[in-house]
Design a protein around this ligand. Structure first.
Ligand code: DP6
Length: 331
């Protein structure tokens, strides 16, 4: 056998109840359950090729070879696949995104979900969705949520075995959209992995985590009943709680730019005027504006007029990570 190869695709996701802070950083066991939906139309595609003649794992993103933490994180996923498959070969990994890096859309979620699914398929493993989600989590916590499709819940669990995400409502359950107002394409100064390690230094983190089950239950209920009003205020509250923790950690992290605040004010004014819109922000300045998909064209057009908004990208609710191709496997 000369090589074992597979390609997989996964969507990034937007969290409505945020993951911020780990109970265990090494295993990425989060401090609280989180909830998200996948972003249709945006994807990462990753090809994994295990070859007997390689002397180490190698990783390319858009044709540029990556070393350091990016490679180490990919190796966590590859090592487990090798162990589960009883395989000794190293791998070449080629990954690409159809959304430009630097637009503030987290590529680690879709990238590591696609890597987990491609690596397992290339090694000939047939894994449950839960095990694929656990595998993706080793590379990036939010990647656990990009493995299942639609509206997804990641139960924090206590250990590696019970910390994985699952679909609680299918992608077509509710036609929502995420209009991403891009206000900065600068790479962020402090990445999420480092940010998670600072969360516990904020006196607000314990309160945020303690109240997370209440918020999550309200958001899940709002989605199941398609109640945008309930969704709106609790999603915004959850984002503000996470940013309050970030802003009060040691050292503090202030991800917002002036334009982010302009967008938040505009969204609140639009909602007060009767429009079904709400916002959330991840570890960066770009603002994700949620609305019913039918309103997305006008919301996106109005966002594009706001000062400091460079670009708006629109995504609807997407499906699961999936294998695209294993045809290169040769014997
Ligand atoms: C603010 O999953 O990017 O987007 O596990 O270190 O890769 P690592 O962190 P990551 O953290 C995501 C943080 C967030 C909130 C969220 O997506 O829930």
């Amino acid at each position: 056998m000369t090589e074992k190869r597979a390609t997989a695709q996964a969507h990034p996701n937007i969290a409505l109840i945020k993951y911020w802070g780990n109970r265990d950083d090494y295993w990425r066991i989060p401090a609280n359950d989180s909830l998200s939906f996948n972003l249709e139309g945006l994807w990462s595609r990753t090809t994994v090729i295990f070859r007997p003649q390689l002397s180490q794992d190698r990783l390319w993103l858009h044709g540029r070879e990556i070393s350091g933490t990016g490679l180490t994180r990919a190796q966590r996923v590859l090592d487990r696949v090798r162990r589960w498959a009883g395989l000794k070969w190293y791998a070449e990994v080629h990954s690409e995104n159809n959304f430009p890096t630097g637009t503030g859309i987290a590529s680690s979620a879709s990238g590591f979900a696609a890597l987990a699914v491609a690596a397992a398929a290339a090694a000939g493993l047939v894994l449950s969705e839960a095990d694929l989600s656990r595998l993706a989590r080793l590379g990036s916590g939010s990647a656990a949520r990009s493995v299942p499709g639609g509206f997804v819940l990641w139960r924090a669990g206590q250990h590696d075995e019970d910390s994985f995400a699952y679909t609680f409502a299918a992608a077509d359950h509710w036609a929502l959209a995420d209009c991403i107002a891009v206000v900065s394409t600068q790479p962020k100064a402090v990445g999420s992995s480092h940010g998670h390690t600072l969360a516990a230094t904020s006196p607000l983190q314990a309160a945020r985590v303690a109240d997370a089950p209440r918020r999550l239950a309200l958001v899940q209920d709002a989605i199941l009943r398609r109640d945008f009003d309930q969704l709106a205020w609790i999603v915004e509250q959850d984002a503000h709680l996470m940013h309050a923790v970030m802003q009060t950690s040691q050292p503090p992290l202030l991800y917002w730019q002036s334009a982010s605040i302009e967008v938040m004010h505009a969204v609140r004014a639009w909602r007060a005027a009767g429009r079904a819109v709400a916002y959330t922000l991840d570890a960066g300045p770009n603002v994700h504006v949620l609305c019913p998909a039918s309103l997305a064209p006008t919301v996106a057009a109005d966002l594009a007029q706001l000062p400091g908004v460079a670009e708006v990208r629109v995504a609807t609710v997407g499906g699961p990570a999936r294998v695209l191709d294993t045809s290169g496997t040769s014997a």
